[in-house]
Design a protein around this ligand. Structure first.
Ligand code: FE2
Length: 276
């Protein structure tokens, strides 16, 4: 649990996007919690932080980032981590999450969350960096499974085995992105149910749901559509297996009117209510 806040996160939340500030604040939206993209609030003060503080005064929030690059061989970016820590002290999130991925090499950054080779060497490397970050921030992190479109010739274990080992080595928690597992399972030919059943029950603290885009021979995780039917089906199986884990609707491209997100979150809440 975070040292920043004891706020309770439960039910189906929505990713906070700037286009919806007014809808949320004016209408006191009936949403149990919001997830905040950390890097959008790293500036000193300004309007975004002003809005975030207003949202935070009414709702619990979590912090979600893409910038730690824990799988990279570049040195950890402690200026990034210091800004994240400052934001966490200000906003008091229930927890902080980032990805099982890397985004930089030789200090050149890509705009994709790239997967790791699932080897013992990569596991030790990732775990050692995650331990350093958890120590610096003073809290356990949630690590999210990525969607992926490539794999490595040298790989010794499955992604779910890698995640299990990571939890054992670092005591981290898991953010299970159901859409990502469906996308990666389709792209790489593994069974998402096998992945689900290998997860350490009790360590999955949050679930993500989003929409993908179908291409000729692969699925692309765009976060720009409603959750697709097979992902809803996998979500239901996930909640049946793991219990009522807090769930987030992620939508980052072609962001729809707020009501559409509320509607989507309502569908997730219905599953949580039916099964819990
Ligand atoms: Fe996600």
């Amino acid at each position: 649990m975070s040292r920043f806040s004891q706020a309770t996160i439960a039910g189906a939340g929505i990713g906070l996007r700037s286009t919806h500030y007014q809808d949320i604040l004016n209408d006191k939206a009936a949403v149990p919690w919001f997830e905040v993209l950390s890097e959008n609030y790293f500036g000193d003060g300004g309007l975004p932080l002003h809005y975030l503080e207003q949202v935070r005064s009414d709702y619990p929030v979590t912090l979600h980032g893409v910038g730690m690059s824990l799988g990279s061989t570049d040195p950890l970016d402690f200026s990034y981590l210091a800004r994240l820590k400052q934001l966490a002290e200000q906003i008091e999130p229930a927890w902080i999450s980032d990805h099982l991925a890397w985004i930089s090499a030789g200090n050149r950054y890509v705009h994709d969350l790239l997967p790791l080779p699932y080897t013992e060497e990569a596991l030790n490397h990732f775990a050692e960096r995650l331990l350093q970050v958890q120590d610096f921030l003073g809290c356990r992190l949630l690590i999210e499974n990525p969607s992926s479109y490539l794999s490595y010739r040298k790989t010794d274990m499955t992604e779910w085995e890698f995640l299990q080992e990571l939890v054992d080595k670092t005591d981290c928690d898991i953010l299970f992105d159901v859409n990502n597992v469906y996308v990666s399972g389709t792209n790489h030919g593994f069974d998402p149910i096998e992945y689900l059943h290998a997860l350490p029950v009790g360590r999955v603290k949050e679930i993500h749901l989003a929409g993908y885009q179908k291409h000729d021979n692969y699925l692309f995780d765009t976060h720009g559509f409603r959750v697709h039917p097979p992902v809803w089906e996998l979500y239901r199986a996930t909640i049946e297996h793991l219990g009522p884990v807090p769930t987030l609707i992620e939508w980052d491209n072609d962001i729809p009117p707020f009501e559409k997100l509320v509607d989507e979150a309502g569908m997730a809440q219905k599953v949580l209510d039916e099964i819990a």
